[in-house]
Each structure stands twice: as C-alpha cells, then as structure tokens.
Write a protein that binds this ligand. Structure first.
Ligand code: ARG
Ligand code: ZN
Length: 880
C-alpha cells in the first residue's frame, strides 16, 4: 500500500513507558512487553492497532486480565480498550537465527543484534512502531552466560547477576523517551576497548567499543574518532553527551553503514574496524565520518526526532551536514577542507544526480512511499545535507549556530517536521536572506530534480559594466511536471583575464552571495574595465547543474588562479568533460588537446598545490557523471572515451608521473592524516598511470615495480593501490598478485570484500571482467547472506562498472535479474538496493534500453516479490 505524507494523523494512543524482558535463545526468543498506554484525546476514539511481523503471539492482557483481540494482516487490533490509562501486556516469541533480513532481532556470528530503523521493532514485539510514539524503556535481558557473556541495551546498566541453569541477566534503564526505532539489544561473546573521558562541562563518561575477540586492535581509530566527535560537537554547537555510558558495537552482517540507537550505536564492521595493514586511507576517513555521524545523531535524531518517516531528512540531511563539517574541521588547512568538499560533491554527483533524474527521483521530503527502507537515499541524505548547507550560506555560520540553538530550545524531546527546523533557523535570523524567502526556500523539500542554472555575462566597455543574466529551470520528474523557481545561493567572484580578483562593489568586496530566486534575474557590476571571468557557485554553494558557457580559455584562468579551490578543481573537470562530451556527440575517437594536457602537467608539477588536491584534479570525471550530461546514454562509448583520455594522459605525462611517484614516497610509519594520505593517493595514481602506459608500450619495468610494491607494501592503501594498478591495466601480473592477496588475507572478511570488489570494478575488456565476476559468484568465499560480500561483487559490477554490466547480449541484465530474485528471498532491503542498478534504463541507447526493460519487466512479473523490490521495479517500469 502507498503511504501518503499528507495523510499523517496522530495515533489514537500513546505508549509512555515500556518494560521489556527478553529470554534470549537463537531458535526461540521469548519477549514480554509491559506497556503503560494512554488514550490520545486529540484524535477521535478508535481501536488500538499494533504493528507486528513474523511473531508468534502468546498472550494479550489489559490491566492483568485477558482481552479479546483480532489479528488483521500485520496488525493486532483491540477494538475496545479502556478509556482510562491502562497496563497492557504482550507475550510473543520469534526466531532470531532464521532472520536473514537483518531487520529486528537477529544473530550474526553466534551473537544477537538488532536493527529497528525504520520499522524493525515490530519484528521483535507488537507495538505502535512509529517515530512519534516516544516511551521510556526498561529492558531485562536473560541468556546463557557462557555463550552470551555480554548483555547490552540502551541507557544505563542498573542491575546484573547470575540465574539458575548457567544463565545470567542484566537490566538496562534508558531515562530518555525515545521512538521504537532507536531501541537496541546486543548479546554475545564480545570484548570492549574502553576509555573514560571528561567533557568541557566537567561530566565523566565511559566510552566502549565492542567487537569480536581478535578485533580489538582494530578499534583504536574508531575510539579516537568518537572522542574527537564529542569534543567537536561541544565546541561547535554546544552539544554535550547526555549519557554516562556510550557504547559502539561492530557486527559483520548489517544492511547499512551504522545505526544511532540511543547510547548503543551498532556498526557494520566495515564502518568501524581499521588497521594500517587491512584498511585504506579511504576506509580510515569513512570510519571517522560514520562514527561522527552516529554520535551526532544523539542530538539531531534522538533528542529531537522525526514526527513521521517523510521527515527523514530532518535528521539525516542535518546529520550528514554535521559529519561533513566535522570532517572538514578535522582536516584543518583550507586546502584539506577543499579536498573534503570536492569528495563530497563528487559523491553527490555520482549518486544523487542520477537518482534525481531517474525512476526513483523524489523530493528531499518524499510525498509517498510503499516501503520506507527504499527512501534511505542519496537524495534524503546527501541532497538533504546540501539543503542544510544552503541555510548556513544564507544566514552565515553564526546565524546558523543561533538557529540550531533555537531549534533545540523549542523541540528538545519532541518528534517534529522539516518545517519546524526551517522555522527555527529563520526565526533566529529575522530579516535574513532566508527569513524573507522562507516559503520559496522550502521548495527544496518538495521539488525533485536537479535545477539547471544558466549564466551569461556581458561586458560593456563604454559603460564599464558587467551584466550577469541568470536563469533557472528544474526538469520534470516522475509525478512532478511543473516546477517553481528555487532559492539558489550563488557564492561568486569575478577575475580579470590574468586571474586577479576584481572588486564587486564600492567597498572592494571580492566575493558575495547572489540569491537567485526568480526564473530569470540580472545583476550589474560597476567599474569593470575589461571582460572578466566569472567564478560562480564557489564551494558548490547549491546542488544545481551550472551552465555558464565559459570558454576553455576562461576555464584555464579559473583553474590556474581562482581563489576558490573548489572552482579550480571544477574548471579542470569541466575542461575534461567538454573534451569527452564533444567526442561522444560527434561519435569520434577522443583526442585531448595540448592545452588540456599542458594544464594537467601544470597541476601535477605545481610547487604549491597539495598532493591530495592534485590527485583529485588529475582524476577524470566518473562515467556515471558523464552519463548524466547526455540525453541518450551509451555506456560502452563513455567507457571508451574515458579509457582513451586516461591512456593519453598516461602517455603524455609519463616523465611527470615518474617524478610524482618518486617525490611522494613516505618514510616511516603509517598515519592516515590528510597530508600523508594525499601523498599516497597521488603516488598510487601515478603508479596506475605508469602501469597503464606500460601496458600500451610493452614496457615491463613499471608493472614489475608495481608487483614489487604490492608485495612489500607496509599498509593496505599502498598494497591495494599497486594491486589495482595491475588489475585495472590488465597486466599479466594481476592474476598472481590477486592470488597472493587472497592467500594473505583469506581470514579477514573485510579485506576479502576488497578482493571481490576490485575484480568486479575492473575496466571491462572484451567481456572478460563480466565473465570473471560471474564466475566469482561460485567462489567458495562468496555468499548472498552477508550484505558486505554480496555488495562487494554485485553492486560493484551492476552499479559501478557500467561497461561490464551493459552488454549488447543482455547477459548483464539476465545476471542482475537472477541475483535480485535470489537475494530477495533472503534479504529484501539488500535486494532492493541492487535492484536500483536499473533506475536509469530509460535513457540507455539501444540495444541496451529494450533489453534492460525486458529484464525489469521479468522481475516485476514475479508474484511473490518483497514490497521493497516491487516498489523499485514498478517505479522503473513506470519511468519509461
Ligand atoms: N539511521 C541510520 C544512519 O543514518 C541508517 C539506518 C537505516 N537503516 C535502514 N534499514 N533503513 O546512520
Ligand atoms: Zn544517519
């Protein structure tokens, strides 16, 4: 059934207090739930309807006595509950070890874990499983002491001890009222790294990171990240930790990255465990940001939560914004901050832009859904974060902090909406560019699609004026044809043709925020002597596609001289993109211009630019971003153009790559700081270019060096970088290196995931990568039951390797359909993620388009699909 945002109604009952007892057993867990229920007098009297899925109901008592009830679909209905507050008791059992969907209570590696967001609590016991029902929980856990020595739930441990028959118990009290999606239980044979900290407010806290025995050495980075997050949130937003104890737990079977359960965050081990030998620089950075993200949710999500799931971006967009700001502050220097920003924008363009122009396009605040798990998307998270960033751009950093303060003053302890957030930021900044346009600004929550902004400048030499004409238009998306103008902050400056910044007004200001809020708008700058180069949308100040029509000459000025590092990077990307698109449109082989190659050489050899920035500037735009610029997408042609560009850059800059590789070796031990990881990134890019070029020239020196480096590397970044150089170039040394890598790391699941994913993401040559990936599904280490492993092969191939996946013989689509159906029987959430590989089938060129449609239709024709996959494939079919 389709749930509509505008149908929201308060529940007819509130559950204020819950007393839960678990008798934990993998095969049959008994849950006893004692609730205090109160009628909600704000809405008409009606039956009490509780959600419940895959449960065996044993008994239902009201005020201690049996009561008549019905089971209606997935609901337990009590037609005539008392008018007065009453005590309500439910007993049910469930089978955690058979729970392969990893939602609710399940087992992994012999321990118990929960995942309740969004609607998993109803798979544990019957409940009003919706985020506006907030209760105080007391949880008693009972289990076999030898098998499950650690018993954890939310809040504070109040009692524990031994029971008969080798069992023990623990009682946990969470003093903060919370929605059921933040409930958590963990029980098993785990060990913890512990740290006591005192906050600025003078409170003492115990921090714990729980993992399986043997993984303790890999938790140091997560603990450091947690401490840094605490310090940052107190310093930047004045938000302290509110619990005596804060626990983080790792689990290898997990559908997402991590979960912010109150006081008991649960993490996918891929987002928690790191050691120099097994994790890359990118892993270290990702762990820091996810640990921070979950910690920051304690205020933005837990203390103030969502009224209903349509408001998901209220907590996710805001918390992503906070974790991005944290990562930038941790990075330190302006250049390192820019590197973070560029990476975030690259991610947005690679994932969210295609989503916004495909079958699943939806607003940051969706209007309807049939399965809420399908809306934990790049739009809700990453575009949602860009929306929060625009508030900050419109009211300034201090204004935004004042807005956050007011938001907590008004709404602490409540379940609220995106409107409440917008109102708080605006009210704290009366008369601001936001406050005066609040209704129009809120269109960012309601309109799907990425706005197109056009800019055209005209210089009048006689009048010494520069006139900038701006216009905007948001394309139609499924179900939304007419769009209104958005409020688009455009941070900008003007450069003269030598790259010197020009004053924008009489005060000599060099940068300003233009607020575009009409379909068309004109701005005139005075006292401009000669044709300037506009630098628009600095720092990517709004999630839009900008067409400023700049010539290559103007882009070169920006690339060399702009004061904004993001736009320097962007200018280089635009130069590359222009070349690639021109070749694709003309159907001609790609030929990079000398000007472009010399510009890239200039970046690579630049004396002042950071290595991390150089690496980003020298990396060509991704294939999915290139596809975004085209009305009809031929994945094979795009791939061919990108490979040609890479080969030309590899050959033309060969000596420079050698110099860069040699200049960026690091002596001494490994640290994942931005400077060292930037050097490693550039050295690894140089190595991959050198091996690629060697493959073309027949040189054996660089492949040999890469193999040696692969063998001798003292950290995973360099080892994997060298391995990737061999694999991606199609070197004959790739096979022995892959074999050696597998033998070295066969007992480390997270590293074996990298082994699968590297092979499935390799550049396609004559169908060999596809054939290898298909064969890997039969590998002894492959399983569909572990989401990380399934994704490492299937998402890598179907979602991140377009040239291997989109085949003229349709074998990729047939494979996709088989895998989606097989996973759907085990884990619908995971299946529906992989199903999204077909989101953009309708823009494919023939013969891909017809074959893709047929595969989607075949999946949609299956009668017993999960609601998750059904929603994805039906939306896909409707989008054509
Ligand atoms: N709230 C979690 C986070 O952003 C994501 C959990 C989503 N889980 C799910 N099954 N939909 O960190
Ligand atoms: Zn989140």
């Amino acid at each position: 059934p389709l749930i509509q945002r505008l149908d929201y109604q308060q529940p007819p009952y509130w559950i204020r207090k819950v007393d839960l007892t678990f008798d934990l057993d993998p095969a049959k867990t008994l849950v006893t739930s004692k609730m205090q229920v109160e009628r909600n007098t704000a809405v008409p009297h009606g039956p009490l309807r509780l959600h419940g899925e895959e449960l065996n109901l044993l008994r239902v008592l009201i005020n201690g006595a049996g009561v008549s009830f019905r089971q209606e679909g997935a609901e337990l209905v009590i037609d005539n509950p008392p008018d007065e507050d009453f005590a309500f008791e439910i007993r049910n059992t469930l089978c955690p070890e058979k729970n392969t969907a990893l939602s609710g209570l399940y087992t992994s590696g012999g321990s118990f874990f929960t995942q309740c967001e969004a609607e998993g609590f109803r798979r544990i016991t019957y409940f009003l499983d919706r985020p506006d029902v907030m209760a105080v929980y007391t949880v008693t856990l009972r289990a076999d002491k030898a098998r499950f020595p650690v018993l954890l739930s939310n809040g504070n441990l109040t009692r524990s001890g031994d029971l008969d028959n080798g069992k023990h118990f623990a009682v946990w009290d969470d003093p903060f009222p919370k929605p059921s999606y933040l409930f958590a239980v963990v029980a098993g044979d785990l060990v913890a790294r512990e740290q006591r900290v005192r906050t600025r407010a003078g409170k003492d806290h115990l921090l714990q990171v729980y993992v399986r025995r043997g993984d303790l050495e890999k938790t140091e980075h997560a603990m450091n990240s947690l401490i840094a997050s605490m310090v940052w949130d107190e310093a930047r937003f004045g938000l302290p930790l509110d619990l005596e104890r804060f626990m983080v737990v790792g689990v290898s079977d997990f559908n997402m990255g991590a979960m912010e359960n109150k006081g008991l965050n649960i993490f996918n081990t891929s987002a928690l465990l790191a050691s120099p030998a097994t994790a890359t620089d990118a892993d270290f950075a990702r762990i820091e940001s996810i640990v921070a993200h979950e910690y920051f949710h304690n205020w933005t999500g837990n203390r103030v939560t969502c009224r209903d799931w349509f408001q998901l971006s209220l907590k996710e967009g805001l918390t992503v914004f906070r974790d991005q700001e944290f990562s930038m502050d941790m990075a330190g220097t302006p250049s390192a901050r820019a590197v973070c920003r560029i990476q975030d924008v690259r991610q947005l363009r690679a994932l969210q832009f295609p989503e916004d122009s495909g079958a699943m396009a939806h607003p940051v605040r969706p209007d309807s859904y049939s399965e809420i798990n399908n809306f934990y998307t790049a739009t809700v998270y990453e575009k949602g974060s860009e929306v929060v960033r625009m508030y900050q751009t419109l009211v300034g950093r201090a204004g935004f902090e004042a807005g956050m303060k007011l938001y907590f003053e008004r709404h602490d302890g409540q379940a609220v909406t995106c409107d409440d957030f917008a109102q708080a930021i605006a009210d704290a900044n009366p008369g601001s560019a936001l406050d005066t346009r609040l209704d129009a600004f809120k269109r960012w929550y309601g309109q799907a699609g990425t706005p197109r902004v056009k800019a055209h400048g005209e210089h009048d030499a006689a009048a010494r004026t520069y006139t900038l004409r701006l216009s905007q238009q948001t394309p139609a998306t499924p179900g939304q044809t007419d769009k209104q103008p958005q409020v688009i902050p455009i941070v900008m400056g003007l450069l003269d043709r030598h790259g010197m910044p020009l004053p924008l007004d009489a005060d000599g200001k060099k940068e300003q925020v233009l607020v575009l809020d009409q379909s068309e708008q004109t701005v005139v700058f005075q006292n401009i002597d000669s044709e300037p180069v506009p630098s628009l949308l600095r720092g990517f100040s709004a999630p839009v596609v900008l067409d400023d029509g700049l010539s290559d000459a103007a882009l070169l000025v920006l690339m060399r001289h702009d004061s904004d590092p993001f736009n320097r990077w962007e200018a280089g990307q635009r130069l590359a993109l222009n070349r690639i698109l021109a070749a694709l449109r003309a159907g001609q082989p790609l030929q990079l211009s000398n000007a472009f190659i010399e510009a890239m050489r200039g970046v690579l050899n630049h004396a002042e630019l950071d290595p991390a920035f150089k690496e980003l500037a020298l990396t060509l735009p991704g294939e999915s971003y290139i596809a975004e610029q085209l009305d009809v997408v031929d994945p094979q042609a795009i791939h061919a153009a990108v490979i040609a560009a890479q080969q030309q850059l590899a050959a033309a800059l060969r000596d420079d790559w050698i110099a860069a590789f040699e200049a960026h070796q690091i002596a001494g031990g490994y640290t994942p700081d931005p400077v060292s990881s930037g050097k490693r990134a550039l050295a690894n890019l140089a190595l991959s270019m050198l091996v690629l070029d060697a493959q073309a020239t027949g040189d054996t020196v660089w492949p040999g060096k890469a193999y040696q480096r692969f063998k001798d590397a003292s950290n995973m970044t360099d080892r994997l970088g060298a391995l990737a150089a061999l694999v991606n170039a199609g070197s004959s040394l790739a096979a022995p290196a892959l074999e050696r890598f597998h033998a070295l790391f066969k007992d480390d699941a997270l590293v074996i995931d990298k082994w699968f994913s590297l092979q499935a993401r390799a550049p396609e040559v004559e169908g060999r990568v596809f054939a290898r990936a298909k064969a890997l599904t039969k590998h002894a280490d492959f399983t569909l039951k572990n989401p990380n492993r399934a994704r490492s092969l299937l998402a890598s191939l179907c979602m991140f390797n377009p040239a291997a996946f989109h085949r003229a013989d349709a074998a990729g689509y047939v494979f996709w359909a088989e895998q989606v159906l097989a996973i759907d029987a085990i884990n619908p959430q995971l299946a529906s993620r992989i199903a999204r590989a077909m989101d953009r089938w309708a823009v494919l060129a023939e013969p891909y388009r017809s074959a893709a449609r047929e595969a989607v239709a075949r999946v949609a024709a299956k009668p017993d699909l999960s609601a998750d996959v059904r929603e994805i494939v039906e939306r896909a079919l409707a989008s054509g």
